[in-house]
Design a binder for this molecule. Structure first.
Ligand code: ZN
Length: 392
């Protein structure tokens, strides 16, 4: 154990700190500019102009007009955020974390935009259709419909959405597959598949995840991980992902979303009615189905998301600690877990010791430093326990 902890750096290099700091500012700037767009659309009344153009282009057809509005909105939002996206692309290259060509990146951006347009259109059309049919109780019905949509998307993500951006292949390494089967049998559970995630065409970072729901449930391991980590280390990571499965973290995440969405739609309904009654924004029609109020709906949802982020991150970090613990308890040794964490930090330029505030606001995972310390503390306790049971 001593040799493991003596070699790797324990403090973060200035390079690592700088990379993470720039990334945080980029995501903050991106969020703030999106927020500003919504406020400007409402305050200037431009949202009313967009609505009028939409009706004109759609020859007064309501649902076609809603689509044109979403289209214009999403073009404007993409144009505004694209400089930040490009800086993010350059940043990954500056730090040698990506070798993706500009053309490939632009194609990914196009696909991402089209996908968000498609999903956004479906959600917005559904919301306004429901408002038209049931203006009083629309928010409860919309919530129920969105719950169905979440469940569908969680199921389709690994088989339909993620393959738009990445290739996946069943894991070819038989020895590893067998280890997972054994891990699963011991846990009395079966994860239906392990897939190799071809991440290396786009990034040098390593990653692994548990995705899907029901029949599409699977563990994915990036090829960048499979190439550089020992079988023992990969087994530790597999065990961590299996821990998420055993602790039903995806289901718990969806249930949390279900609760938040219920509150969110209720809040949107209250705010919409209040703001319209007060006449704060002249462009908005008193009738709720006037889709010029879309920026207000998105604004309430966005603000709610901002406010809840620290709590959601805390829940996620709790789940990560549970999955880590599961991995320690179900693998023969603690050392491969620790070395895999050290490798991940180095390969992904992750901060081992972020500040308390940064962890609170931005991190869905405990810092690598804390994860390693917790693993060592756990192993220490196990050893002490063994000595009590089998005194020499
Ligand atoms: Zn995890």
């Amino acid at each position: 154990m001593a040799t493991l902890t003596a070699n790797p750096p324990t403090a973060d290099s200035p390079e690592v700190r700088r990379y993470n700091r720039i990334q945080r500012w980029l995501s903050l700037a991106d969020a703030l500019i999106g927020f500003a767009l919504l406020v400007v659309l409402l305050l200037t009344g431009w949202t009313g102009k967009l609505r009028d153009w939409s009706y004109l282009s759609a020859r007064q057809h309501y649902f076609l007009a809603v689509f044109f509005y979403v289209l214009m909105f999403s073009v404007i939002a993409k144009l505004i955020s694209s400089p930040f996206d490009f800086v993010g692309f350059r940043l990954e290259h500056q730090y040698h974390l990506s070798n993706q060509k500009l053309r490939g990146w632009l194609w990914d951006e196009c696909k991402g935009w089209l996908l968000s347009l498609a999903l956004g259109t479906i959600m917005v059309e559904l919301v306004y259709a429901i408002i038209r049919v049931a203006p009083q109780r629309w928010w409860i019905i919309a919530w129920a419909v969105f719950v169905g949509l979440f469940l569908l998307l969680a199921q389709l993500a690994p088989v339909l959405l993620m393959p738009i951006f990445y290739k996946f292949e069943p894991l070819a390494n038989d020895a590893l597959r067998e280890r997972l089967t054994k891990l699963g049998e011991r846990a009395g559970t079966r994860v239906r598949g392990v897939y190799e995630w071809k991440l290396s065409e786009k990034s040098n970072k390593a990653n692994a995840a548990l995705t899907g729901l029901g029949a599409t449930r699977r563990i994915i391991l990036s090829d960048t991980l499979l190439q550089n980590y020992s079988d023992d280390e990969i087994e530790a990571i597999l065990a961590h992902e299996l821990g998420h499965h055993v602790h039903k973290h995806i289901l718990k995440g969806i249930l949390t979303q279900v609760g938040i969405t219920f509150f969110g739609f209720w809040l949107i309904n209250v705010v919409l009615r209040f703001v319209i009654a007060k006449g704060w924004f002249a462009a908005l029609d008193p009738r709720l189905y006037d889709f010029a109020n879309l920026p207000l709906i998105v604004l309430v949802a966005t603000l709610l998301g901002f406010v809840l982020t620290p709590a959601l991150n805390a829940i996620s970090r709790h789940h990560e600690r549970q999955a880590d613990r599961y991995a320690w308890e179900n693998t023969a040794e603690i050392a491969p877990f620790i070395t895999s964490m050290q490798k991940l930090a180095g390969q992904n330029l992750a901060e081992r010791e972020p500040s308390k505030l940064v962890e609170l606001l931005f991190h869905s995972h405990p810092s690598i430093g804390k994860r390693i310390a917790a693993a060592q503390a756990w192993a220490g306790k196990q050893r002490a326990g063994c000595e009590v049971l089998h005194p020499h």
